[in-house]
Design a protein around this ligand. Structure first.
Ligand code: PEP
Ligand code: MN
Length: 336
């Protein structure tokens, strides 16, 4: 159960509600979402148990929520959330597709600037690039760290594109947030709750990738951590899950797209690069993601994929990215 109070509700009025709930043996937590105080009740209870509270004029509405995740649920908010990334870029506007594109990792100035210019020209709206890379092997390229962030920012400025990059560690949040327009939480960190709690205090969009073996419910509960701490600027990203199939790097779960749309008001984008691990599968799966109702896609692009320091086998070269963008544009009126 969730009680939404008016934005003007005073501390004393909020406490009055908490006291009243205490009389009914109900335990509550208080959150502020976009300045609005929200009280959630931890215990199972029915609307009739708390309906009398609706008589108080600072109680806006009482919303019964059946799911374990509450603030990210469609029950809490019927309209789609729009996540503003830059002046002219809002993710989640039904009917518009946003393409996040760029290399797996920022490798050097020339690589990232050339890629930024190429993806911008082809119609991408956000530049991606990893500076802190979560690599399966400790012997693989780990990223250029702050130097990579600086290069990514520079390339974004030159191409006039906002940037997204991964934050792997609580200790890096400040430096990543200094440069990034969107902070990415990678699949390996989806359940790093201390990282999520810190990101919940930020006033910047966070893109939360689905964990490698996370259920939809676990994923939405991870998003709930970010929302419950006060940051409602969340974009979900389906990037494939681990199954018994080995032809592909992961199994891209496109059913997650309409399911998330039903269960949550948050926007969802799809990453067919990590979702398949094979560049030839990126185009068909990107189009399938759009057909399934995704708000966008995230695609790895590299000037010379065969020479990429990471994920070259799933990266598109500029020509293939152009072809993908032209085909997406045919899905009439949806590409921004
Ligand atoms: C990435 O997008 O660079 C990445 C590492 O993805 P994932 O967390 O989905 O593996
Ligand atoms: Mn990658």
């Amino acid at each position: 159960m969730l009680i939404a109070l008016s934005k003007e509700a005073k501390e004393s009025q909020i406490n009055l509600i908490i006291d009243k709930l205490g009389h009914y043996n109900l335990t509550a937590d208080i959150y502020k979402i976009d300045q609005q105080p929200i009280i959630t009740i931890r215990n199972e209870c029915s609307l009739s148990d708390v309906a009398s509270l609706e008589a108080m004029d600072f109680v806006e509405k009482i919303i019964p929520i059946s799911k374990p995740y509450k603030l990210v649920s469609r029950e809490y908010k019927k309209e789609n959330s729009l996540i503003r990334v830059a002046n002219n870029i809002e993710i989640g506007q039904g009917g518009q597709i946003h393409v996040f594109a760029g290399p797996c990792a920022v490798e050097n100035e020339e690589q990232i600037i050339l890629t930024a210019q190429a993806v911008k020209k082809a119609g991408a709206s956000v530049l991606r690039g990893g500076a802190y890379k979560p690599r399966t092997s400790p012997y693989s390229f780990q990223g250029l760290e702050e130097e990579g962030l600086k290069l990514l920012k520079k390339a974004g400025k030159i191409a006039d594109l906002p940037i997204i990059t991964e934050v792997m560690d609580i200790n890096h949040i400040d430096v990543v947030a200094k440069y990034a327009d969107i902070l990415q939480v990678g699949s390996r960190n989806m359940q790093n709750y201390s990282l999520l709690k810190e990101l919940s205090c930020l006033d910047k969009p966070v893109m939360l990738k689905r964990g490698i073996s996370a259920t939809i419910e676990e994923w939405l509960l991870a998003a709930e951590y970010i929302m419950a701490g006060g940051n409602s600027k969340i974009i979900l990203c389906e990037r494939g899950i681990r199954t018994f199939e080995v032809y592909t790097r992961n199994t891209l779960d496109l059913a997650a797209v309409p399911l998330i749309k039903e269960l949550s008001h948050l926007p969802i984008i799809v990453d067919p690069s990590h979702g398949t691990g094979k560049w030839k599968l990126v185009k068909p799966m990107a189009k399938a993601a759009i057909a399934a109702g995704a708000d966008g896609i995230m695609v790895e692009v590299h000037p010379v994929p065969s020479q990429a320091l990471s994920d070259g086998e799933q990266s598109l070269n500029f020509n293939n990215f152009n072809v993908l963008m032209q085909e997406i544009a045919k899905i009439k009126g949806r590409l921004r």
